[in-house]
Write a protein that binds this ligand. Structure first.
Ligand code: ADP
Ligand code: MG
Length: 354
């Protein structure tokens, strides 16, 4: 009851917007279920480019608004700052949902990982300056460790709230210039198990090529697609959570991001898709995968093994415990954060930020 009153009061005092309040800027992205623009408030164009982001979404925007409202109240620092969401139906035949966030920054993790400078470009963003230190595996490992910690921290926030994202990938992780941390975006495919919203995944909302999807994706997508798209309170959800460990779906995806950051040779879409095929052939046993590829691998893969083998192979150990076939055997986000891989100091600036 208290939560309800609080939410209501907060809603009353927050500014509300309508269509004409926004001046459209550059298009940032376009999926099959929405278009994303950079925008500013029409009556006060505080910056030329706009300091807000607008997503015009189809009917699935309703769930995305709901998820963002919940995140803002329960684990705000995990995701991009949500400002407001509303139904816009003035001129169109079909309803359109408009979602507004604060503009967090120009770069997603995908942009950063694709750069030849990675991971040093991220170090500069986080520290706000170029470090005058020799480049090498040790330093790269620290940067990657810091990025992984931030991703897992954000995931732990979502999972503790009962939300599974289901589309964790570098394109949906944005670098927030203000907080100098990575935040999660795009809750369009997310599910909230505590209240049973969208429990059975809408397959078509997920990454069409399953690049970052855990193997149970294939099992889920053969289930009946009769999804409850309205809130259905169910006392069963905490039990379901324990039985199926649905949060570990995101952990597998985060594990693949870790893999791509460690291995320069696995950063392109095609090489990741090839990796997925090889891993499947090894029955999702990443140790078996290593045995088959390592003896004949080039420098682009060797470097990844070297990085993960630092400090007695603690990074490889973490990767193994995230990328596992059985969801229940993968670490939770909280357990992963407590893994000894994170015992070593990361980038300096981080200790005071989290
Ligand atoms: P979709 O994948 O459904 O098209 P996203 O929510 O992932 O929509 O947004 C698309 C792109 O827009 C992102 O990859 C990112 O580049 C940009 N973007 C989204 N939200 C923000 C934000 N809050 N700040 C800055 N850029 C954003
Ligand atoms: Mg996206």
């Amino acid at each position: 009851f208290d939560m309800f009153v609080l939410a209501f009061v907060e809603r009353l005092f927050r500014p509300s917007y309508k269509k004409d309040d926004f001046a459209l800027g550059k298009k940032l992205g376009e999926g099959s279920f929405g278009v994303v623009y950079r925008v500013s408030l029409a009556n006060k164009p505080s910056s030329k480019e706009g300091d807000l982001v607008l997503k015009k979404a189809t009917e699935y925007g309703a769930v995305e608004i709901w998820m963002n409202e919940r995140v803002r109240r329960a684990c705000a620092s995990s995701c991009a700052d949500f400002v407001y969401g509303f139904l816009e139906s003035s001129s169109k035949k079909s309803a359109e949902y408009w979602l507004i966030w604060r503009f967090e920054g120009d770069a997603t993790l995908a942009d950063l990982v694709q750069s030849r400078e990675f991971p040093y470009n991220v170090e500069t963003l986080i520290l706000g300056e170029v470090q005058d230190l020799p480049k090498g595996l040790e330093r790269e490992n620290r940067i990657i460790q810091t990025i992984m910690r931030q991703i897992l921290f954000a995931l732990d926030g979502l999972h503790s709230t009962g939300i599974v994202h289901r589309d964790i990938k570098p394109q949906n992780i944005i670098f927030s210039e203000e907080s100098r941390t990575f935040k999660i975006i795009d809750l369009g495919a997310a599910t909230d198990l505590r209240v049973g919203i969208n429990y059975i995944p809408k397959e078509f909302l997920l990454d069409p090529r399953y690049r970052y999807a855990a193997p149970e994706q294939y099992i889920m997508s053969t289930q009946t697609p009769s999804a409850p798209s309205v809130p259905v309170a169910t006392a069963l959800s905490p039990v379901l959570w324990q039985l199926n460990s649905p949060d570990r779906f995101d952990i597998y995806s985060a594990g693949l991001i870790f893999l791509q950051m460690a291995f320069p040779g696995l950063r392109t879409d095609n090489s990741l898709i090839q990796f997925n095929r090889q891993l499947k052939r090894c029955d999702y046993d990443i140790v078996a995968w290593r045995k088959t590829v390592e003896p004949r691998c080039g420098p682009e893969l060797r470097r990844g093994f070297e990085l993960l083998d630092l400090d007695g192979g603690i990074g490889w150990e973490l990767l193994k415990s995230m990328v596992r076939y059985k969801a229940r055997q993968r670490l939770s986000a909280k357990a992963a954060l407590a893994h000894p891989y994170f015992d070593r100091e990361g980038l300096l600036a981080l200790s005071f930020m989290q």
